[in-house]
Write a protein that binds this ligand. Structure first.
Ligand code: SAH
Length: 500
């Protein structure tokens, strides 16, 4: 199994930068053992003008069969497995994708400590895969790679070159060229699309494959026209996983469109934009403290009152609250969760996660995930915050979030804030009947919020109290409503304990 990656360069931008990016020195041939055999990395060519890295995977048939046995369905010999062992030692199948991610993991993540400026820079790249199993043929290969900015040259490989009348095999030879992509993007395209084309990944799909797919697909999969085919094939047509992935991709797409296109109305009235300034400003006292800051203060006060030390910020967005929590030594462990990878990237930059000292870093974690799914990682915390998040979900999805947070994660305290729609008449810039944010799926009156919160508390064994945030208008109430849920004494904390 074999592929090559070639960069071309100039004296200012030498092609041998490829070696830094791949973390593999061009002068050495190196071998790595992976779960499916030995991966070799070597450079047939390494000059300023042209540098080629080759990845060759020598499949270990014995290891593969041994691994496969434990995992095969019902102990029956796996047809897909037989193919790897018998017919296809040179084909660039999903096993090559696994090797790619094992051997070039930093390059895939876009990390390069030696030359931190390199990974973000697009490179003139040429990828060659001489034998690629492609179910769907050359047309599908083009449909998958062209929308990503590759120039695609693809030729069907004849079954036997001496007997063209036998027709084509299921292999193609592929050349991809682009000067617009970064190496990380290129590797992540291959990591996902090689197994998609191979379409025989059956025996190792597990639920964390959804996370892997979304990570590798960051920045390109949410907008890919063949997203559905890619997702479904990558996840071996496991319907429930495919559905989860599609929903999460849709949320990413919406959240990201949202980030760039629509600003929170708080911004429009100057509240959010003032937030950071106001915090440092000497005239702070004189300024009306912005609503965003008031919300954060109210949340911090409620967290202090609850005595929480380990806190989840669910739908953490760009990490403002996580940052405030980190500054407060009362909080030992802070986990920010969001479905939008772009928001998490901004959050991680804001927090300077990569430059943080070890002790600080041990206190904080950012996790990509959807709140509409139960998630084991979220169990066992003292408190969870949902600040301005519920109104971003379609109403029919709200019960799923309710179950994931109150039924499954079950923190002792849950804080939920959401706009009070009655207050909207007080925002001068808001036309009547409009919501505060383009992506708000609903906005509730005080009565609607209380009804929902009351039912949630009752269904899951919590008590609930309400606090106004911002000026509490005698007629229409405060702009933000905060509900504090506290788990009822004697309520078991997890379903498992209940079952016991
Ligand atoms: N909590 C932040 C951000 C609120 S904006 C604050 O108070 O300022 C809403 C955030 O919820 C966005 O970052 C959005 O990406 C996230 N979000 C929306 N639906 C989500 C879901 N189903 N799972 C996880 N995060 C979600």
């Amino acid at each position: 199994m074999f592929l090559t990656i070639t960069a071309t360069g100039t004296p200012e931008r030498p092609a041998t930068d490829l070696g830094f990016l791949l973390h593999k020195h061009p002068d050495n041939a190196q071998a790595f053992s992976t779960s499916y055999g030995t991966a070799h990395v070597l450079y047939p060519e390494a000059s300023v003008e042209r540098c080629t890295a080759a990845l060759l995977l020598e499949v270990d048939a014995v290891a593969l069969v041994r691994r496969g046995k434990g995992k095969g369905r019902g102990g029956a010999p796996d047809a897909a497995l037989a193919q790897y062992v018998n017919d296809r030692p040179y084909a660039a199948s999903s096993l090559l994708a696994v090797a790619l991610s094992a051997v070039f993991s930093s390059a895939m993540k876009g990390q390069c400590n030696a030359r931190p400026e390199l990974p973000a820079r697009p490179l003139p790249l040429r990828v060659e895969v001489p034998a690629l199993p492609a179910r769907g043929g050359a047309d599908l290969v083009r449909e998958l790679f062209e929308p990503l900015g590759w120039t695609v040259t693809v030729e069907a490989v004849a079954l036997d070159a001496e007997f063209p009348e036998w027709g084509d095999s299921r292999y193609v030879s592929l050349v991809l060229e682009s000067a617009r992509l970064t190496l990380s993007e290129a590797l992540r395209h291959l990591y996902v699309l090689l197994p998609v084309l191979d379409d025989a990944k059956h025996y190792w799909v597990s639920s964390d494959e959804v996370d892997k797919l979304l990570r590798a697909g960051e920045g390109w999969l949410p907008d890919h026209p063949e997203q559905k085919l890619i997702t479904s094939r990558y996840l071996s047509r496991r319907w429930s996983l495919t559905r989860e992935a599609m929903e999460r991709l849709e949320l990413v797409r919406l959240a990201e469109a949202d980030d760039s296109a629509v600003e929170e109305i708080d911004n429009a009235v100057g509240a959010e934009t003032e937030a950071d300034d106001a915090e440092n400003s000497e005239e702070k006292e004189e300024k009306t403290v912005s609503l965003a800051v008031q919300r954060r203060d109210a949340i911090l006060a409620a967290l202090h009152a609850s005595g929480a030390a380990r806190v989840l910020d669910l739908g953490c967005g760009q990490g403002q609250l996580v940052q405030a929590l980190l500054k407060d030594t009362r909080f030992d462990e802070i986990v920010g969760v969001d479905v939008s990878m772009r928001a998490l990237t901004v959050a991680s930059r804001r927090l300077k996660l990569d430059r943080m000292g070890e002790r600080q870093a041990a206190r904080v974690k950012l996790v990509q995930g959807s709140l509409a799914y139960t998630d084991k990682r979220l169990k066992g915390y003292d408190a969870a915050v949902l600040s301005e998040v519920i109104e971003h979900l379609d109403l029919p999805r709200l019960p799923a979030l309710e179950y994931a947070v109150f039924g499954s994660a079950r923190p002792k305290t849950v804080l939920v804030t959401t706009p009070n729609v009655e207050y909207n008449v007080r925002w001068e810039t808001l036309a009547a009947g409009h919501s505060r944010h383009g992506d708000h799926r609903f906005e509730w009156t005080r009565a609607e919020f209380r009804t929902w919160a009351g039912h949630v508390a009752q269904r899951h064994g919590y008590s609930v109290e309400f606090t106004p945030v911002g000026p509490d208008d005698p007629e229409v109430g405060p702009p933000t409503q905060l509900a504090t849920f506290t788990i009822s004494a004697g309520t078991l904390t997890t379903k498992e304990e209940k079952a016991a």
